[in-house]
Design a protein around this ligand. Structure first.
Ligand SMILES: NC(=O)c1ccc[n+]([C@@H]2O[C@H](COP(=O)([O-])OP(=O)(O)OC[C@H]3O[C@@H](n4cnc5c(N)ncnc54)[C@H](O)[C@@H]3O)[C@@H](O)[C@H]2O)c1
Length: 351
C-alpha cells in the first residue's frame, strides 16, 4: 500500500492573553506559556506602562499590549486567559473572558467572596468554557506522593492533618504594590491569601471540611487586615485538622503532616523532601519505626503550567477547577465568621 505523502498538519497554537503582569504572572504564568510548544504569547494587559516595559525587558514578546482588559477581549480572539490581577478584579475579568470564549487559568482566591465566585461559575456554565484555579501546591511532587500514599492505605485512615504555610508576607519583595494590604483590593489578609492554599490542600488530601473554628490577628504588620490565622477543622467525625498561616514568619517549619492509624507522612517544604514513617508496637511497649523518603520537593509552579498547557488540547476538565475554588471560598467566609463571632461554624455541603 502506498504511504501517504501528506505531512501531519501542525498542532494549533493556543492564543494566550495574560491580565495583570505582576509577580505571579512573571514567576509562573508567562514563563509557563513561553516554555510551552502549544502556546503563543498573544496579548498582555496591565494598567501600568512600567510593568509592560518590565515584561518586554525580560524578553517576553507578546504580540500586543493593552492597559484595559476589555480592549484586549474586544480586539483579540483568545483561546486562553490568565487572570493575575489583584483579587478585586478576578470576577469581572474572569466573567468577561469566559463570555469572550476563552478557557481560564484563574489565580487564587477565585474572587472576593462566594457571591462573586458563584457568578464566575454561572458564566463558565453558560459559555461552556473550562476554568482551572491556581492551587499550585497540588502540583508539588511531595504532595502528589502524599496523596498516592494515603490513597493506597500506607498510613491507614488519617485522623489528623496539620498545615503550616507561612512566609514574611507579600511586601516588600514580592508584590508590585501594597494592594495585598488594602481591604478593598484584597478582600482579606493572610487568611485570604495563604490559608486559601491550606484549605484547598486539606480538602484534596482528606475530604470536605465540615466545621471550622478560626482565630485571626494582626500581630506584627501595621495593616488593617489579619497577618496571621490559626484554624481548627473537622472532617466529619473521623479526622481533625489545624492550620497556621501567616505573613510574619522568616523561618520555621513549612509544610504538611498527615497522621494515620498506621503511620504518618510529613511533606517538609523547609527540608525539601517528604517522608513516610510507620511504626509497629509490641505488647511490651517497644516500637520500631521505619522512615522512608517518599519524594523530594519539586517546582509546583512549572508542574502546574505543564499540566495546564498540556490539558488545553484535551476536552478534559481542569483539576483543580471552580468547584475547588468555591469550596475554599466557603471556608474563607466560614473562617472570618468564626473569627468575628468566636464560635465554631458548621459548613453545609449545599452550594
Ligand atoms: N498561586 C500562588 O501561589 C500565588 C502567589 C502569589 C500571588 N497569587 C495571586 O495572584 C494574583 C496577583 O498577585 P501578584 O502577587 O502577582 O500581585 P502584583 O501586585 O505583583 O501584580 C498585580 C498586577 O496586576 C496589575 N493590575 C492591577 N489592576 C489591574 C486591572 N484592573 N487589570 C489588569 N491588571 C491589573 C498591577 O498593575 C500589577 O502589575 C492575586 O490574586 C494573588 O492572590 C497567587
Amino acid at each position: 500500500m502506498k504511504k501517504s505523502t501528506k505531512s501531519k498538519s501542525p498542532r494549533k497554537k493556543y492564543q494566550v492573553g495574560v491580565v495583570g503582569g505582576g509577580a505571579i504572572a512573571q514567576a509562573l504564568h508567562i514563563p509557563g506559556y513561553a516554555a510551552s510548544p502549544h502556546c503563543e504569547l498573544a496579548a498582555i494587559v496591565d494598567p501600568s506602562p512600567a510593568r509592560l516595559k518590565e515584561i518586554r525587558s525580560k524578553g517576553w514578546a507578546f504580540r500586543s499590549e493593552y492597559q484595559d482588559y476589555r480592549k484586549m477581549l474586544a480586539a483579540e480572539k483568545l483561546d486562553v486567559v490568565s487572570v493575575c490581577t489583584p483579587n478585586k478584579f478576578h470576577a469581572e475579568v474572569a466573567i468577561a473572558a469566559l463570555e469572550s470564549g476563552a478557557d481560564l487559568l484563574l489565580e487564587k482566591p477565585v474572587a472576593m467572596n462566594l457571591k462573586e465566585a458563584r457568578a464566575i461559575e454561572r458564566a463558565a456554565a453558560k459559555s461552556g468554557r473550562r476554568v482551572m484555579v491556581g492551587f499550585s501546591h497540588r502540583f508539588n511532587s511531595m504532595n502528589i506522593a502524599a496523596k498516592k500514599a494515603i490513597e493506597s492505605g500506607k498510613i491507614g485512615n488519617p485522623f489528623m492533618i496539620r498545615v503550616r504555610f507561612a512566609h514574611t508576607g507579600p511586601m516588600a519583595g514580592w508584590a508590585k504594590s501594597d494592594w495585598f494590604f488594602r481591604p478593598t483590593l484584597a478582600g482579606g489578609g493572610a487568611l485570604m491569601d495563604m490559608a486559601v492554599h491550606a484549605f484547598d490542600i486539606v480538602q484534596w488530601l482528606i475530604g470536605p471540611v465540615t466545621s471550622i473554628y478560626a482565630q485571626t490577628a494582626t500581630l506584627r504588620h501595621n495593616i488593617p487586615l489579619d497577618d496571621n490565622v490559626v484554624a481548627v477543622l473537622e472532617f466529619g467525625k473521623s479526622c481533625l485538622g489545624y492550620i497556621e498561616c501567616g505573613w510574619t514568619s522568616p523561618a520555621g517549619f513549612v509544610g504538611i503532616e498527615i497522621m494515620g492509624d498506621h503511620g504518618a507522612i510529613c511533606c517538609d517544604y523547609s527540608k525539601g523532601y517528604a517522608t513516610l514513617t510507620t511504626q509497629k508496637s509490641t505488647a511490651a511497649g517497644t516500637g520500631k519505626s521505619r522512615v522512608t523518603k517518599l519524594s523530594v520537593n519539586s517546582s509546583s509552579w512549572s508542574g502546574e503550567m505543564k499540566y495546564f498547557t498540556e490539558t488545553l488540547a484535551t476536552k478534559k476538565p481542569f483539576v483543580p477547577g471552580l468547584d475547588a475554588g468555591l469550596a475554599t471560598q466557603k471556608l474563607i467566609e466560614g473562617a472570618y465568621k468564626s473569627a468575628k463571632t468566636g464560635r465554631k461554624v458548621t459548613l453545609s455541603s449545599a452550594r
